[in-house]
Write a protein that binds this ligand. Structure first.
Ligand code: PBG
Length: 324
């Protein structure tokens, strides 16, 4: 039945009616807040390209985690900036590393807050690549055992979930085996399954001090043009034992979030990455857009596309706005 019988505007007349027929509802439980942990005490070193985000020492990370938890966000994901970088990224699996200490501290004081750790070597290697370098190449298989050591060390420190973001082939299986063989069969893996070689990671690399010193990440991260391959990557990670799979970044890949939602029956995460955050903040701070509304629209759009979980630097502020 067409106009004038049917008038879609009837249900848009009041906020109550709009609320009643709203299809997608963003909730604090959908959100995961990333934190950058650095050495020292009482350190909060602002990240220039991410206004509002700072590298935090363990004590300051705990205070921030408290605020995130109080806002109703159920989880954080930790990235570490180590004291010392080397070719193999050995601090990544040091039981006294910054991330390991942050996990222990946060779990002790905020046991209900889920602590997820990013499992990758790029923050820990002096060359900035996500794996072991041999010649001009990143050696896939030699990297797997190091990632497994890192994931194990996070589990020992008390992490609730581990999240490999390196894009080496076979890493989910290698990490799953290492966890299972060492008494951590109950720790889930959130795999950065379809992670693209993206310009939108730029600000993160400033935050994590992880810019590759030569070349780029295109031999391991995905070509932005490839959707079928993204589905194959997700299928492989699920076969290897991933419990949650992720599409990253979010906004240029909403079609793939939707495709993953329909093709796979599993929890799906999307990463609203640093460059996406930086663009919105820059426009907001300049008064060019209404930032609060833009953030809610973006997060709602990512959820509407099919994501169950959204990693976002806006998690705390968005959750505060969502609370009754
Ligand atoms: C580590 C990693 C990166 C991000 C998450 N984990 C950077 C990269 O791959 O270069 C990006 C997150 C963001 O941009 O917010 N490999």
């Amino acid at each position: 039945m067409a106009f004038p019988i049917t008038r879609p505007r009837r249900l848009r007349r009041t906020e109550t009616l709009r609320r009643m027929v709203r299809e997608t509802r963003l909730a604090p439980d959908d959100l995961i807040h990333p934190l950058f942990v650095c050495p020292g005490r009482d350190v909060a070193k602002p990240v220039a390209s991410m206004p509002g985000v700072a590298q935090l020492s363990v004590d300051r990370a705990l205070s921030e985690a408290r605020e995130i938890h109080a806002a109703g966000v159920p989880a954080i994901v930790l990235f570490g900036i180590p004291d010392h970088k080397d070719a193999r990224g050995t601090e990544a699996w040091s039981d006294s590393g910054v991330v390991q200490r942050a996990i222990a501290e946060i779990k002790q004081h905020l046991p209900e807050l889920a602590v997820i750790t990013d499992v990758c070597l790029c923050e820990y290697t002096d060359h900035g690549h996500c794996g072991v370098v041999s010649g001009a190449e990143v050696d896939n298989d030699a990297t797997l055992e190091l990632l497994a050591l890192e994931a194990l060390s996070h589990a020992r420190a008390g992490a609730d979930l581990v999240a490999p973001s390196d894009m080496m082939d076979g890493r989910v299986g290698a990490i799953r085996r290492a966890l299972d063989e060492n008494g951590y069969a109950q720790i889930p893996i959130m795999a950065y399954a379809a992670k693209f070689a993206s310009a939108f990671y730029g600000p993160f690399r400033e935050a994590a001090e992880s810019t590759p010193q030569f070349g780029d990440r295109r031999s391991y991260q995905m070509d932005p043009a490839n959707g079928d391959e993204a589905m194959r990557e997700i299928a492989l990670d699920l076969e290897e034992g991933a419990d949650i799979v992720m599409v990253k970044p979010a906004l240029p890949y909403l079609d793939l979030i939707q495709r993953a939602r329909t093709e796979f029956n599993c929890p799906l995460a999307a990463y609203n990455v640093s460059g996406e955050y930086a663009m919105v903040r820059a426009a907001g701070l300049n008064g060019w857009i209404d930032e609060d509304r833009a953030v809610m629209e973006i997060l709602t759009g990512i959820k509407r596309a099919g994501a169950d979980l959204i990693l976002t630097y806006f998690a705390k502020t968005a959750a505060r706005r969502l609370r009754p």
